[in-house]
Design a protein around this ligand. Structure first.
Ligand SMILES: Cc1cc2nc3c(=O)[nH]c(=O)nc-3n(C[C@H](O)[C@H](O)[C@H](O)COP(=O)(O)OP(=O)(O)OC[C@H]3O[C@@H](n4cnc5c(N)ncnc54)[C@H](O)[C@@H]3O)c2cc1C
Length: 445
């Protein structure tokens, strides 16, 4: 088939990769002039397969009032005259319950572990290089109560004992001597040796280079904005850009945070809204003083990852619409935290600030599904886990388009199930899901 993929971020490019391997003739369109310029550019770099808990959590409700009062809170809200913003917030609040949280975790975990298998293939079989490291993840708790809670959660799940370890302050320091500067404020940590990191933007670039080669090279139409769709008798005939119509047998929409607006004229509602986050990247000038593992500062909601000779620091979630500016106070906040924690290891004058819009659904589950228009497919809404989930979701959508059985249960990624179920009783597949790891904290970044 001739398939058009809209979006040249990590989701669109991995989608193109598996579609090309299935023998389809693929065209990738992006309004930006190069690949990976959206949320995929300078994200937290975490391949966080076992930490998939959504932001929507019953505990978060109690924190919201405090966050509203603090300028430096990890979550910031600026109201807009935009019904989409209010609708998303209402659904997000509706998703802040134990049922929806467990349902999302149960659905996401097999998907993320499938994604890990595919990432391993990309690295070991296909030879992709993107500063990929199997360096494990340390969730650092500064607060004794939160550490004890994380520890109790682990003890309640003996199947996790080989995967995730709760370790005290001394063990944290033995694992990561670079934390010695904040030794006094460490209560303990949860260590997961099987987590990984990589540079998402480098993977985007590497994918583009490979997709352009081979017997059926992918056609890239960069710098072209899709303005709409031509639908005849309920079937998609072409996607519309300024330079004309691009015909195809099918289309996969992988347009990140911007997809909801594009679908409105078709009467298709996807609950995707931007959750803005920030990162800074700094040159490492003393490798002994930056962490080997990726480190998540649980209380401050910041992640640190070593990518090549840089340290990437990412976090925060601002509900401020589509504004992609970089406020000085957000950068200053990340810089202050880094200076306090790993200041001896990095050159603070080399700061590269960045902001990106996470394409977030209220439940934290992406939509990987056929749309009501049968040859228009959706691979959208990966939120804080887009780098982690991209390969798995791309594999799923390729399976669906190819009419094959999906490698993992995919029902909870259907558009019809994207609405939170609220406080109704969840009778999902929790028991049936393989349980090699249940998140004890927030997701990637
Ligand atoms: C601060 C921050 C930290 C993060 N950290 C992590 C992490 O550590 N681990 C993790 O797994 N995930 C992380 N994420 C999330 C991850 O980066 C995103 O989920 C992921 O990049 C989304 O990929 P995407 O391809 O869907 O979107 P994008 O990368 O935004 O790509 C979408 C593309 O579609 C194009 N497009 C949109 N509309 C149109 C149109 N009409 N016509 C043509 N082109 C169009 C855009 O130009 C864009 O290039 C983080 C995100 C942020 C912001």
């Amino acid at each position: 088939m001739e398939i058009t993929v809209i979006g040249a971020g990590i989701v669109g490019l991995t989608t193109a990769w598996y579609l090309q391997r299935d023998g389809h003739q693929v065209t990738v369109i992006d309004r930006r002039t190069a690949v990976g310029q959206g949320a995929s550019m300078a994200n937290g770099g975490q391949l966080s397969y076992r930490y998939v808990a959504p932001l929507a959590d019953p505990d978060i409700l109690a924190k919201i009032p405090g966050w509203m009062l603090r300028r430096d809170a990890p979550v910031r809200f600026r109201p807009r005259f935009d019904p989409a913003q209010w609708q998303w917030i209402m659904r997000f609040l509706q998703a802040c319950n134990g049922n929806d949280k467990m349902r999302s975790v149960a659905a996401l975990l097999p998907l993320s572990l499938y994604s890990q298998r595919l990432i391993h293939d990309l690295v070991n079989h296909d030879g992709f290089e993107f500063d990929y490291r199997q360096n494990g993840k340390l969730i650092l708790h500064r607060d004794r109560k939160s550490f004890e809670a994380a520890r109790r959660l682990l003890e309640a799940r003996p199947e996790l004992s080989g995967q995730q370890l709760s370790i005290g302050r001394d063990a944290c320091l033995a694992l990561e001597p670079s934390l010695s500067g904040i030794a006094d404020s460490i209560a303990g940590g949860i260590h997961t040796a099987s987590e990984e990191t990589g540079d998402c933007y480098k993977l985007c670039q590497a994918l583009e280079a490979r997709l352009r080669t081979g017997p059926m090279p992918v056609c890239f139409r960069l710098g072209e904005e899709v303005s709409g769709f031509e639908v005849n008798d309920g079937i998609l005939g072409a996607v519309m850009t300024r330079s004309g119509r691009i015909r195809g047998d099918a289309c996969v929409l992988a347009g990140g945070a911007e997809v909801a607006r594009l679908l409105v004229p078709l009467g298709i509602r996807v609950p995707v809204y931007p959750l803005k986050g920030y990162s800074i990247s700094l040159s490492i000038d003393n490798p002994d003083n930056v962490p080997e593992a990726s480190v998540t500062d649980y209380q401050r909601k910041i992640v640190y990852a070593r990518l090549g000779n840089r340290l990437r620091i990412a976090g925060m979630a601002d509900i401020v619409g589509f504004d992609d500016g970089i406020p000085a106070d957000r950068v200053a906040g990340l810089l202050r935290e880094t200076s306090e924690t790993f200041g001896e290891g990095v050159d603070l004058s080399t700061v590269e600030p960045w902001a990106g819009l996470r394409p977030a659904t209220p439940t934290g589950r992406p939509v990987v599904d056929r749309s009501p228009i049968p040859n228009l497919w959706l691979n959208v809404g990966h939120g804080a886990l887009g780098f982690t989930l991209a390969a798995g979701c791309a594999g799923l959508i390729a399976d669906k388009i190819g009419g094959r059985q999906c490698a993992v249960p995919a029902a909870d990624f259907e558009l019809a199930r994207s609405t939170p179920s609220g406080w109704g009783v969840f009778r999902g597949r929790r028991a049936a899901c393989p349980a090699p790891g249940l998140s004890t904290t927030d997701s990637a970044a």
